[in-house]
Design a protein around this ligand. Structure first.
Ligand code: ZN
Length: 441
């Protein structure tokens, strides 16, 4: 093990309580995303002070104040960003190095029902830190900030700029926060997104669509022999079809190079609505039935392709009856999130993978597609900055008792530190000004 590596390991061990404290501080701010509005401001102000105290250059701005955002093809309207600032901080490099950004989001999903403890009062139990957002993704955000602290406190000067950002509005397909930073001009040579991957290195991500599918029919009691078409019955058949569709897709796996072994491609019925729930009773069938579905897809699948595959499959399964039904209507609930991936030869993939597997005795660091959708597509579809998703070990994202595994989390800080140094290049700042090694190996 090199001296640099040893120094980093030692720094992380000594600073364990500071590292965990930062995650706890971030989690203790309620930053639940309310779909159209959000609640990130106080946490972002707190964070910007942490970053200023580190002598970083800090830029704080709301997405709406970024010129050109609303004209960008990746912008999706309908959100309110007043009082929802992004924070971007820069550790200036000395020059001649490649730049890197760690890109995280500050918002969390809503607290799912079933939390035994207060989701905003993080607690440690059995080497796990519990709290809403510990895993997705305030842990990853804190790890990237503490990596910069480690670099500073060990006296390294990076050559390329090293940035960290905390954006607003990622959950529920927001993504305008991530886009706003790109349009503002933060487009370094590479990005690491510390979303929870259990320390897998993910150069590709799923996409996903959330649709409201509306089935319509006619109602009544057929006293005169009228033909009644109950859309709830058609919707029930649709759900049966979706279950088979999900199963069949998952059997197949996905495209090379990242998704061949991907057998998790969710199709989730998220909401069902039919009949008047406010009436004392209903004495005939509904005229409409709504089925909300979240459907994930692999990279290079368009929204239209995905919708067509579902409609064609449903039609084929019920080919005798389908022509007698009204066509189901698909309405977008959130933006379509495209799946995205980067060239497998991009050097940061191997670097991150090697450093991770070395730091974890080969336990983690495999290169694979991420089995979820996130903001990585904003980099990988719309900018020249390739983004890799790689973050902490833990469980229960978007579920009660979300948590982070602390020993692995400390490893993650080491991994981010080493990766940033190696990617950006560095010199050891020395009081006697004799510049030393620029490689950790
Ligand atoms: Zn996330």
């Amino acid at each position: 093990m090199s001296k640099v590596r040893e120094a980093i390991t030692e720094w992380v061990q000594k600073n364990e309580s500071r590292i965990i404290q930062l995650v706890q501080d971030l989690v203790s701010h309620n930053t639940v995303n309310h779909v159209v509005t959000g609640n990130e401001k106080e946490a972002q102000i707190f964070l910007s002070q942490v970053l200023r105290d580190m002598d970083l250059e800090v830029d704080m701005f709301t997405p709406e104040e970024v010129p050109g955002l609303k004209e960008h093809p990746g912008y999706f309207p309908g959100k309110n960003y007043s009082n929802r600032p992004n924070v971007v901080a820069t550790l200036k490099g000395s020059g001649d190095g490649k730049s890197l950004i760690f890109s995280s989001h500050m918002d969390t999903t809503v607290a799912a029902s079933g939390w035994e403890k207060d989701p905003w009062k993080p607690v440690i139990k059995d080497e796990k830190l519990y709290g809403l957002g510990t895993f997705d993704m305030k842990g990853g955000l804190a790890a990237s900030i503490m990596a910069i602290r480690c670099i500073q406190e060990l006296g390294f000067q990076v050559k390329g700029d090293l940035l960290v950002e905390s954006v607003v509005d990622e959950e529920f397909g927001g993504a305008n926060g991530t886009l706003a930073s790109r349009v503002r001009g933060y487009n370094p040579d590479a990005a690491i997104i510390p979303e929870p991957t259990n320390m897998a290195v993910c150069p590709g991500t799923h996409g996903g669509a959330l649709w409201r599918v509306t089935f319509s029919g006619n109602t009544g009691m057929s006293f005169s022999g009228e033909t009644i078409v109950n859309p709830a019955n058609i919707a029930a058949k649709f759900i049966v079809f979706l279950e088979e569709y999900e199963f069949n897709r998952q059997q197949k796996g996905g495209p090379a190079p990242y998704f061949e072994d991907d057998h998790v491609l969710p199709v989730i019925v998220t909401r069902l609505e039919a009949g008047d729930m406010t009436a004392a009773l209903c004495d005939s069938g509904p005229t409409e039935c709504h089925v909300d579905i979240w459907v994930e897809c692999h990279p290079n699948v368009s929204e239209e392709d995905l919708k067509k595959e579902i409609i064609d499959g449903f039609r084929a399964k019920y080919e005798d009856q389908y022509p007698t039904w009204n066509e189901p209507v698909f309405t977008k609930v959130i933006r379509f999130l495209p799946g995205a991936e980067i060239d497998q030869n991009f050097p940061l993939i191997n670097l991150l993978s090697e450093i991770t597997s070395e730091a974890t005795d080969q336990k983690y660091g495999n290169v694979t597609g991420a089995p979820f959708a996130c903001d990585a597509f904003m980099f990988n579809v719309y900018t020249e900055t390739p983004a890799i998703v790689m973050g902490p070990v833990g469980a229960n994202a978007h579920a009660p008792d979300e948590h982070l595994d602390i020993p692995e989390f400390l490893k993650l800080v080491e991994i981010y530190t080493l990766t940033a140094l190696e990617w950006c290049g560095y010199v050891e700042k020395d009081v006697h000004s004799d510049e030393k090694s620029n490689s950790y190996t």
